[in-house]
Design a protein around this ligand. Structure first.
Ligand code: C2E
Ligand code: CA
Ligand code: CA
Length: 694
C-alpha cells in the first residue's frame, strides 16, 4: 500500500470550514423557522446552498490536504455530483428541523438519510479520483465512518431543532453546537480517509486535470468563506429587520388590545360597558343551560345621584361614580360582572345557587353604597335601588332579563328606594301600563282631563289662611283620579311637563282671578315648577303673559321650586330666579333639607320662603334628630329673613311642636286636604279659618 500524508495547515482549514458551515447551517435553521411564507423557502434554498457548499468544501479541502507519492487529480463531473449530494442532503436536513415537531422516530430516519447523504458525498468525492486499481476500503473503518456520519447527523438535527427558538443564550449555544458538529463532520471525513487504502502501483485516472492543487485549495477556501460569511451577514441583517418588525408588531398588538379594552369598558369607572355585558350575559346563558346553573341579573340605579350632580357639578358626580363602582366591585366576586350601562345605572351579573344568594348579594351592595362617601373633601350620601331577575325563570334571553330586572328596579324605587326587589310577572304589566299612560297623557290636555286641587297654607298654628298651593290631578277616564307622583315623572321624561306646567299656571291664575273678583284679594296661589320647565327659555315670558292674561298682580303668585332644582346649574338658576323675583313673583324653596344647598348659595337666592320637606315632619315627635334639623332650618330662615313653611302636618302634636319651633306657616291634611275650589270655599265658610285643631 502507498503511504499517505497530510498537509496539516489544510487539515486545520478543513476543520475551520466545517465549524463555520455548521454554525451557518444552525443559524439558517433558526431563520427559516421564524420566517413566514415565501421568505421561508428562500431561506431554505439559500441555507441549503451555503451549508452544502460548506460541507462539501470541507471535504474537498480535506482531500487537497491529502497526498500520495503519485500525482492526484479530480474528475470535475463526479466532483460536481458530490457537491449536489451535499446541497441536497443539507436541504433535506434544514427542511426536517423546521417542522412543527420533531419526534424521535423522525430524527432517527433523518439521521440515517442525512448520514447516508454525507457519507455518499464523501465516497463520491473519493471516486472522483478515478483510481485504478480501485481504492480498497477497510470494512470496519468504512462502517465506523458511516456510523459517525449518521450519529453526527442525528445530533445535529436534534441540536438544530432545539436551537431554533430565540433565547438570550442562543448564540453561545449555537457556537458550541457548531464546534461539536464541525468536529463530527471532520471526524467522519478522516475516518473515511483512514478506511481508504491505495495499493502500490495505483494510478489516479483524473490526475491529468492539470489544476494546481495549492491554488485550487486557496480558491475554494476563499469562495467558501465568502459564501458562508455572506450567508451569515444576510442572516444577521435580516434578524435585525425581523426584530424591528416584531417590536412594531408587538406595539401594534398592544395598541389593538388597548382599543379592544376601550371599546369594551366604560371610560370613567373602567368597568365593563354594555357591549361587554352583552357578551358576558351570552356566556352566562350558555353556561347555565349547559350545567343547569343559575344566575342573577341585577339592575341598579343610584338614588340621589342627580342631586349630588346638581349641587356640586359633574366633576364631583363623576368622582362619586368612580367610588361607587369601586365599592360595588369590591363587594362582588371576581367572576361576577359589574357593568356600567348608563349615567348612574349599573348591572351586576352574578352566578348564584339560590335566589337567597342573590338577596344576600343585593343586601351587601345596598349596605356598602349606603355608607357615606368622602369625595374631594365632601361627605356625600347616596343609596341604590336594585331590581333582580333570575335565570332561569325571569326571562329566556338577554333582553327579557334586562327588561325585567329594570322593571323590578322601578318597583324598588317606588317602594321608597334603598331596597332591592325581585322581579314578578305583574311588574311587566306595569311597564306596558306606563307606556299606555304616556300615550294617554299626550291626549290628556286637549281632552281637558287635568284638574287642579288647592291645599290651604295657614299662618301657624291654625290660621288665618294665607293662600293655597295648586296641585294637579289627572282625571283619567278609565283609571279615575291619578296622583301627580304617578304622572309628573312621566311628563318630565317625555317633555310633556312644559305644556302641562303652562296649563297649571294658567288654570291657577284663572281660579285666582275668580277668587279675587269674589273679594278674596288677600289670597295668594303657589304653583309647582319642575326642573324641566325651569330650564325652558320661555318660562319668564310664559309667567308674565299668564299674569297679564288674568290681570293678576305678580305678588299673589308664588312659584315653588325644589331645592335640588334650584341647585342644578346654580348660576343659571340664580339668574332665572332673580328675574322672576324682579318681576314681583315670590319664590319658595320646596322640599328643603333633602338637597345639598350651601349657606352661601342660599343667601344669594332671591327666595322669600323655605318649605321644610315632609320627611322631617313625619317623625318629628319621635325623632330628635329631625327636630334638631327643623329648628336649624327655622333659625336659618330667621337669619335670612325667609318665611318658613312646614308641610305635611297631620297631627295636632306636630302642629303644636312646629309652632313652638318657630315655623311661620303650616300646611297639611290636618289643616286641609287638597280640594276643589268649590270644596275649599265651602270648607272655609263652615269653620271660618280651618281652625280645627285649636
Ligand atoms: P309637593 O310640592 O311637595 O306637594 C305637597 C304634597 O304633599 C302634595 O301631594 C300634597 O297632597 C301632599 N300633602 C299635603 N299635606 C299632607 C299631609 O299632611 N300628609 C301627607 N302625607 N301628604 C300631604 P300631591 O298632590 O300628591 O303632589 C305630589 C308632588 O307632585 C308635589 O309635591 C309636587 O312635587 C308634584 N306636583 C303636584 N302638582 C304639580 C304641578 O302642578 N306641577 C309640578 N311640576 N309638580 C306638581
Ligand atoms: Ca310644592
Ligand atoms: Ca314639598
Amino acid at each position: 500500500m502507498f503511504a499517505s500524508s497530510y498537509n496539516s495547515l489544510l487539515v486545520l482549514f478543513s476543520l475551520l470550514v466545517a465549524i463555520l458551515a455548521s454554525y451557518t447551517a444552525l443559524d439558517m435553521a433558526g431563520r427559516i423557522s421564524t420566517a413566514k411564507g415565501r421568505a421561508a423557502h428562500w431561506w431554505l434554498a439559500g441555507g441549503a446552498c451555503a451549508m452544502g457548499t460548506g460541507i462539501w468544501s470541507m471535504h474537498f479541502i480535506g482531500m487537497l490536504a491529502f497526498s500520495l507519492p503519485i500525482p492526484l487529480g479530480y474528475d470535475p463531473a463526479i466532483t460536481a455530483l458530490s457537491l449536489l449530494l451535499a446541497i441536497a442532503s443539507s436541504a433535506f436536513a434544514l427542511w426536517l428541523v423546521c417542522q412543527e415537531s420533531l419526534p424521535w422516530t423522525r430524527i432517527a430516519w433523518g439521521a440515517v438519510l442525512l448520514g447516508a447523504g454525507v457519507a455518499g458525498m464523501h465516497y463520491t468525492g473519493m471516486a472522483a479520483m478515478r483510481m485504478s486499481p480501485s481504492i480498497v476500503y477497510v470494512p470496519s473503518l468504512f462502517a465506523l465512518s458511516v456510523a459517525i456520519a449518521m450519529l453526527a447527523s442525528g445530533a445535529a438535527l436534534w441540536i438544530a431543532f432545539r436551537l431554533r427558538r430565540h433565547s438570550p443564550l442562543v448564540r453561545p449555544l449555537r457556537a458550541a453546537a457548531a464546534l461539536v458538529m464541525g468536529a463530527a463532520i471532520v471526524g467522519m471525513h478522516y475516518t473515511g480517509m483512514a478506511a481508504a487504502q491505495f495499493p502500490v502501483g495505483s494510478v489516479c485516472g483524473a490526475a491529468r486535470s492539470g489544476v494546481n492543487a495549492g491554488w485550487l485549495a486557496l480558491v475554494i477556501i476563499v469562495v467558501t468563506l465568502a459564501v458562508l460569511a455572506i450567508a451569515l451577514i444576510v442572516s444577521v441583517l435580516d434578524l435585525r429587520l425581523e426584530a424591528r418588525t416584531s417590536v412594531l408588531a408587538v406595539s401594534l398588538a398592544e395598541a389593538n388590545q388597548e382599543l379592544t379594552y376601550l371599546a369594551l369598558h366604560d371610560n370613567l369607572t373602567k368597568l365593563p360597558n354594555r357591549m361587554l355585558l352583552t357578551d358576558r350575559l351570552d356566556r352566562a346563558l350558555h353556561g347555565a343551560d349547559r350545567n343547569n346553573g343559575r344566575f342573577a341579573v341585577m339592575f341598579m340605579d343610584l338614588d340621589g345621584f342627580k342631586t349630588v350632580n346638581d349641587a356640586y357639578g359633574h366633576h364631583i358626580g363623576d368622582l362619586l361614580l368612580v367610588e361607587v363602582a369601586r365599592r360595588i366591585e369590591s363587594s362582588v366576586r371576581q367572576e361576577d360582572t359589574i357593568a356600567r350601562v348608563g349615567g348612574d345605572e349599573f348591572v351586576l351579573l352574578a352566578r348564584v345557587g339560590e335566589p337567597a344568594d342573590a338577596a344576600t348579594l343585593a343586601d351587601k351592595v345596598l349596605t356598602v353604597i349606603r355608607e357615606p362617601f368622602q369625595v374631594a373633601g365632601r361627605t356625600l350620601r347616596v343609596s341604590t335601588s336594585i331590581g333582580v331577575a333570575m335565570y332561569p325563570g325571569d326571562g329566556i334571553d338577554q333582553h327579557d332579563l334586562l327588561t325585567n330586572a329594570d322593571a323590578a328596579m322601578y318597583h324598588a324605587k317606588a317602594l321608597g328606594r334603598n331596597v332591592y326587589c325581585f322581579f314578578e310577572t305583574s311588574m311587566n304589566a306595569n311597564v306596558h301600563e306606563q307606556l299606555q299612560l304616556v300615550q294617554d297623557l299626550r291626549l290628556a290636555l286637549e281632552r281637558n282631563e287635568l284638574i287642579l286641587q288647592y291645599q290651604p297654607k295657614l299662618a301657624a298654628p291654625s290660621g288665618p289662611m294665607l293662600g293655597v298651593e295648586a296641585l294637579v290631578r289627572w282625571a283619567h277616564p278609565a283609571r279615575g283620579l291619578i296622583a301627580p307622583d304617578q304622572f309628573i315623572p312621566l311628563a318630565e321624561k317625555t317633555g310633556l311637563i312644559v305644556p302641562i306646567g303652562a296649563w297649571v299656571l294658567d288654570e291657577a291664575c284663572r281660579q285666582m282671578r275668580v277668587w279675587h273678583d269674589a273679594g278674596r284679594r288677600d289670597w295668594s296661589v303657589a304653583v309647582n315648577l319642575s326642573a324641566l320647565q325651569f330650564g325652558h327659555a320661555s318660562l319668564l315670558q310664559m309667567v308674565r303673559d299668564t299674569l297679564a292674561r288674568h290681570a293678576l298682580e305678580p305678588g299673589c303668585l308664588t312659584l315653588e321650586v325644589t331645592e335640588s332644582t334650584a341647585m342644578r346649574n346654580a348660576d343659571a338658576s340664580l339668574r332665572i330666579l332673580q328675574q322672576l323675583s324682579d318681576m314681583g313673583v315670590r319664590i319658595s324653596i320646596d322640599d328643603f333639607g333633602t338637597g345639598y344647598s350651601s349657606l352661601l348659595y342660599l343667601k344669594r337666592l332671591p327666595a322669600s320662603e323655605l318649605k321644610i320637606d315632609r320627611g322631617f315632619i313625619r317623625d318629628l315627635a319621635r325623632d330628635t334628630e329631625d327636630a334638631a334639623i327643623v329648628s336649624a332650618i327655622v333659625a336659618l330662615g330667621e337669619t335670612l329673613n325667609l318665611n318658613i313653611v312646614a308641610e305635611g302636618v297631620e297631627t295636632a302634636a306636630q302642629q303644636e311642636f312646629l309652632t313652638r319651633l318657630g315655623c311661620d306657616s303650616l300646611q297639611g291634611f290636618l289643616l286641609g286636604r287638597p280640594m276643589s275650589p268649590d270644596d275649599l270655599v265651602e270648607a272655609l265658610s263652615q269653620d271660618g279659618m280651618f281652625n280645627r285643631a285649636a
